[in-house]
Design a protein around this ligand. Sequence first.
Ligand SMILES: [Zn+2]
Length: 349
Amino acid sequence: MTKNRKHHPQSCIQRLTLPRKDGGRGLIDIVNLHNAQIANLRSYFHNKNTSLHIAIVQNDHKFTPLNLLDKTTKQSNEITISNQNKIEEWAKKSLHGRHYRDLNLPYVDKKASNEWLRRGELFPETEGFIFAIQDQVIETRNYRKHIMKTQNAIDVCRKCNNPLENIQNITGSCKTIVQTEYKHRHDQVANIIHQELALKYNLIKIPRTPYYKYKPELMLENSTHILYFDRTILTDKTTHFNRPDITLVNKIEKTALLIDIAVPNTHNIQSTVAEKITKYTDLKIEVKRMWNLNTVTIVPIVISTTGVIPTMIHDSIKTIGLHKNIYIILQKAVILNTCRIVRKFLQID
Ligand SMILES: [Zn+2]
C-alpha cells in the first residue's frame, strides 16, 4: 500500500485493519486470521478423543505446522490482536493518537465523523492522504525539525512566517491562503447548503447541479421565501458582523435564519460555534426589529478541516429543514478540499 501511495509510511498501522466505523481502513488482518486458524485447528485436534485424532496428535512432533504433540502453545486470544487492543495502541501514540482523542471529545459525533470512511467513496490514495493528515505525519517544517530531527531545520511557515508550520497551520490557519484556499473550501460548503435550500423552497426551478459548478444567486425570492447569499444587511444601529453567509426569510411565518459556515481545525470547532453565536447576536436583534419578524435564529454550520463532525451540526441541519444526511456531502467536500490545500501548499517548497 505504501508503494502505491495508498498508505503513508509513517501513518498509524493499527488503523489499517480497524473497522471503518471506528476510524480504520477496514482491511482484513491476515496475520490474525492465520493465527486464529492455527489455534482453532489445534484445539480441535486436542479436544477430539477418537483413537484416530489421538494417534495424529501423538505422532505430530513438529511434523505439521500445527505441532500437535506440544500442548503448551498459546490459545487463540493470546496469538491474535483484538480490535480493542489496536484501538488502545492507536490512542497511546503521541502523534497518531491526537485524531483518536478528537473523535472521542464529548462534543464530537464519532460515528458521523467516520461516515465518509464507512461509505468509502474516495480513492484509496485520497484516503491514505487524509489519514496522513489526521495522523499528523505530513512532512511539514515542524515535522522535519521535531520528528525527523533534521539538522538546522527551521519550522517557520514557508508562506506566512508564522513561527510554527505544522499540519494545523496548513489545513486551517495560514494567513496567506485565508482569502483563496480556505475561502474556496468554505464557499463549497455554503454552495451545497444554498442550493438545497433554494430547491426545498422552490426558489430555483433547474435540477440539482454538482456543488462545484453551482453559482448561488445573491437574492432569490418567491411568494413565501427570500434567500440571500453573502449579503450585507444594513442596520440602523451599527453592527460589526452583518454579513452572514446565507439568510433565509420565511414571509408567511415571519421568521429568519442567519446561517454562517466555518471550517476550522478540529481543536477549534467548539469555540467557533460559540463565536458565531456571539458575533451575530446584535444583527439578530436588529433584523428582528427592522423586518418586524417573530423569530430570528443564528445557525452555525461547523465542520472540521479533517471532516470531524460536532454533534451540534445535526441541530443546525434540523433547524434549516434540510435532510439529516446532508452533512455527509458537506464532509466529503471539506475532506477533498483539505487534501487539495495540503498538496498545493507542500509543492511550493
Ligand atoms: Zn502560514
